[in-house]
Design a protein around this ligand. Structure first.
Ligand SMILES: *Cc1c(COP(=O)(O)O)cnc(C)c1O
Ligand SMILES: *[C@@H]1O[C@H](CO)[C@@H](O)[C@H](O)[C@H]1NC(C)=O
Ligand SMILES: *[C@@H]1O[C@H](CO)[C@@H](O)[C@H](O)[C@H]1NC(C)=O
Ligand SMILES: *[C@@H]1O[C@H](CO)[C@@H](O)[C@H](O)[C@H]1NC(C)=O
Length: 435
């Protein structure tokens, strides 16, 4: 008892001492209602509130975002961001986690159990899946047809992989035979491909890749960021092991979540690991607990890995619901129709595609060479300033020499094509866009 008392007194003294040092610049007044603390305001701070933050937030009016990056979200997913927030352990929140898993499996046409969404951008997913699949010294064959393969090679190196790069010129893609030759020669543990190379506007088919990887005993990782929700992906049928996505392109939401899916075969490799993945937050086993794949809902208080953004979950859930409501085949068809129409309109303007073969072209992101005498950066500026339309002058590859337009999600329709191509015609006729 005596020991307990002296312990308590010690705690109280420590607490008072802490408060007094924290509150040196506060004055205290004792009143009948207790002690009131008030800040001594006579000192002028060396750190005043910044002027930048005392003026109102500045934004531009509604833009049409068709650069091939983030698109205008579906109204249904954007509106969901304003819904009242719930606690992360509540039943309706947990139901949303399951809804999202169902939606991701649907858009990928897969039954993979290990299907979750990381918090972060598509690059978080890219890094996260590489971290889970790579054990130090694993050989990774990276098929590079543009910007994204290079990023993957850099990340894989950081996780200790033995990276082998296989490259094609910009605007082209690998044939199945070329990929098989690479597998035969290098015998990698992991093969990486980008399904939609948005920096060059190239579509890399993945049919037959899974069978090849089974034959050569490797794991396939495919970036489907620029194809999911835009053109067919059949993850199970094509025996693809791991894919990653983001929430702001074909899934029609805003930046913030990165869905990923791992096949049972990929999970067998994860289970055989002798070391943990480097990053805790994207460890698929941690996330499978947090998404109640490997933990029952009853143990919700032991499922925490990190705070979840309930609002972002609403957003992704509603984007997926919007796609499910339309039907994934209809969504693919709508994107294909938009693609045909923009190709037609571009041909009428005499634009030459950056990707020579029509069958190599990505559905959702189209790239043309800037016409002779025209400057891609100036076209971008003109389109934005005169019409509020954000196109891209190219991402790292041929930048300033191309025009890139991404029509997916809410912008995949003929009305959007007409507005953009009408504006582009005027931009191209203007001397302001001359190089
Ligand atoms: C946009 C994109 C990424 C990057 O996604 P972020 O969400 O910007 O990190 C990766 N790969 C491809 C093919 C992309 O189009
Ligand atoms: C209180 O304010 C004075 C004068 O600005 C400063 O020197 C001192 O460090 C402050 N004390 C604490 C604990 O912040
Ligand atoms: C989405 O919302 C915007 C802004 O309120 C509106 O202008 C637009 O027509 C809506 N789009 C659809 C397809 O309902
Ligand atoms: C752009 O220029 C072409 C060729 O001179 C002309 O045929 C076309 O009508 C012009 N379009 C617009 C919108 O001014």
């Amino acid at each position: 008892m005596g020991r307990y008392l002296s312990f308590s007194i010690a705690v109280i003294i420590i607490t008072i001492k802490d408060i007094s040092s924290y509150h040196d610049n506060f004055t205290s007044v004792e009143s009948s209602e207790g002690v009131e603390w008030s800040l001594a305001r006579d000192q002028t701070s060396k750190y005043p509130s910044p002027d930048s933050l005392t003026s109102p937030l500045q934004t531009e009016p509604r833009r049409r975002l068709v650069s091939g990056g983030a698109t205008n979200p579906y109204n249904r997913s954007f509106d969901a961001l304003r819904l009242p927030m719930m606690g992360m352990m509540e039943d309706p929140t947990i139901k949303i986690l399951f809804d999202i898993q169902d939606g991701i499996r649907y858009v990928l046409q897969t039954k993979n159990e290990y299907t979750v969404a990381y918090h972060g951008t598509g690059t978080t997913g890219m890094s996260g899946v590489l971290d889970n699949m790579i054990e130090p010294r694993d050989k990774v064959l990276v098929c590079i047809i543009g910007y994204w393969g290079n990023v993957v090679a850099k990340i894989a190196q950081r996780f200790g992989a033995n990276v082998v790069r296989m490259e094609k010129s910009h605007g082209s893609r690998f044939s199945l035979n070329e990929i098989e030759a690479g597998l035969h020669r290098h015998r990698p543990n992991i093969l990486y491909l980008v399904n939609g190379e948005s920096s060059t506007g190239v579509y890399q088919p993945i049919d037959g890749i899974g069978n090849l990887c089974h034959k050569y005993n490797c794991i396939t990782i495919v970036d489907v960021i620029a194809t999911v929700g835009q053109q067919p992906i059949k993850m199970d049928e094509n025996k693809i092991d791991v894919v990653y996505m983001n929430s702001q392109k074909g899934l029609g939401g805003i930046v913030g979540l990165s869905p990923v899916s791992f096949s049972p075969r990929a999970m067998r490799k994860v289970r055989r690991r002798r070391s943990f993945p480097v990053i805790y937050q994207t460890d698929i086993n941690e996330q499978a607990d947090a998404w109640f794949i490997t933990k029952p809902v009853e143990s919700r208080h032991e499922a925490y890995t990190h705070s979840i953004s309930v609002s972002l979950l609403y957003m992704l859930r509603e984007g997926l619901a919007r796609v499910a409501e339309e039907g994934i085949e209809n969504v693919w068809e709508r994107h294909a129709d938009t693609h045909s129409y923009i190709q037609f309109r571009a041909a009428k303007l005499g634009l030459e595609s950056f990707v020579p073969k029509p069958e190599d072209r990505l559905i959702g992101t189209s790239i043309w060479k800037a016409p002779r005498g025209k400057d891609g950066f100036k076209i971008e500026k003109y389109m934005l300033e005169k019409f509020g339309i954000e196109i891209s002058p190219g991402l790292f590859i041929a930048s300033g020499k191309v025009i890139r337009v991404g029509l997916f999600g809410s912008n995949a329709n003929r009305e959007a094509v007409s507005r953009i191509m009408d504006a582009l015609e005027i931009a191209l006729n203007s001397t302001e866009t001359n190089s």
